[in-house]
Design a protein around this ligand. Structure first.
Ligand SMILES: CNc1nc2cc3nc[nH]c(=O)c3cc2[nH]1
Ligand SMILES: [Zn+2]
Length: 370
């Protein structure tokens, strides 16, 4: 089943409070979704993810299609069982990963021919194939197969690409049968061109998907351009359906997206930078490997009550990174994810209490954005 309830919209911005209900549980929005590309949110156990408040995680059609392959996941009884995660899972449709990971790919009306980035073997994914793979994975929310165009690129390129993505979306909708257990989102494209964004949004809305992603952003464009296109695009999206901005994840990007009416977002950023020792704190980012923290026995963030901050010091975590101990990556990941999930919880509270913009302002000042 799938239900989206719009609980409240802010008076002084497009920020909104909502709740999604799926077969595997509820998701409070606005929500940040940790990314578990290859059936794991790197370094985290499912219990640790639950403990920090993860309500839904992402996984990836392209990667799982290549390894371990759909046969093994099918035999395991689907992705939830395979990775022992019993809450909601959202899967991307594979388009973005094909374009960003594999080379000498060829886009045709039928689908995309490419070589595996693992062993170079010839592969092909079509809209129908993407739906079939996601059906075997058994994710609760699945994405239509699309092309996320590069940036910058011509209006003509985007026009052709966006219209092909619309035709692919139609094919996905026709092919998707498992509608009781899996909810298909359409992905709005159109690059940085408002005329093409409007066409894509209107045509996608006419296809009556149960939710919509805003694709083709967070592809290297300046944040102001992204915000402008995002603000324009959400105005064409139905209020009664969830809006998912793909690939967004640092604190400012999340605040700006919520302010423009986005309900869901995902990004590898917090987990990726954690493994490199970059830690999010209320006073901005810190590089924990820095000698500055050699004898600093305080918590990563004095305002954080995550497992890492309650039990370990900067000096200890710096030591772990310095001697390449895996625990360092784990503790930094727990903290970064908790930081963002807790920030999203505070954002939801601020919308509920009609002080979202004030909360954003306070957060920005302390974080050092302003
Ligand atoms: C990290 N930035 C980013 N991750 C994305 C994933 C996507 N998937 C499908 N379609 C997209 O347009 C798309 C855009 C994205 N931008
Ligand atoms: Zn912490």
């Amino acid at each position: 089943m799938f239900k989206f309830e719009l609980l409240k919209t802010a008076k002084d911005s497009k920020a909104r409070l909502g709740k999604i209900t799926t077969n595997h549980g509820e998701i409070e929005t606005p929500i940040f979704m940790p990314v578990g590309t290859r059936a794991t949110v790197k370094t985290m156990t499912p219990d640790e993810l639950k403990e920090i408040g993860s309500q839904i995680i992402l996984s990836n059609t392209y990667h799982l299609f290549l390894r371990p392959g759909t046969e093994i996941i099918e035999k395991a009884g689907g992705l939830h069982k395979f990775m022992n995660w019993d809450k909601p899972i959202l899967t991307d449709s594979g388009g973005f990963q094909v374009f960003s990971l594999s080379d000498n790919r060829k886009i045709t009306e039928e689908g995309v021919h490419f070589r595996s980035h693992i062993d170079g073997s010839k592969m092909f994914i079509s809209p129908e194939k993407s739906i079939d793979i996601q059906n075997i994975l058994g994710s609760d929310i699945i994405m239509a197969f699309d092309e996320c165009a590069p940036y910058p690129v011509s209006h003509e390129y985007i026009d052709n690409s966006m219209r092909r993505t619309l035709r692919w979306a139609e094919r996905c909708k026709v092919h998707h049968k498992n509608t009781d257990n899996q909810t298909l989102f359409g992905i709005i494209q159109g690059g940085m061109y408002k005329d093409l964004r409007e066409i894509s949004a209107r045509e996608m809305v006419d296809m009556d998907f149960k939710g919509y992603s805003i694709g083709g952003l967070s592809v290297g464009e300046p944040i102001d351009l992204m915000n402008d296109i995002l603000d324009f695009t959400t105005d064409f999206m139905p209020e009664s359906k969830p809006r998912y901005l793909m690939g967004v994840g640092s604190p400012d990007y999340l605040f700006e997206a919520v302010e423009r009416g986005v309900d869901m977002a995902d990004c590898v950023l917090p987990t990726r930078i954690a493994r490199n020792g970059t830690v999010l704190t209320h006073n901005g980012k810190i590089a924990i490997k820095n000698a500055l923290y050699k004898e600093d026995f305080s918590a990563l963030d004095k305002e954080c009550d995550c497992y890492t901050c309650r039990n370990f010091s900067k000096a200890y975590i710096r030591h772990l990174f310095n001697v390449d101990e895996i625990l360092g990556m784990r503790l930094a990941t727990i903290h970064n994810l908790y930081f963002l999930l807790d920030m999203m919880k505070n954002i939801r509270e601020s919308i509920r209490g009609d002080y979202f913009l004030e909360y954003k302002d306070d957060f920005y000042k302390k974080y050092g954005y302003k």
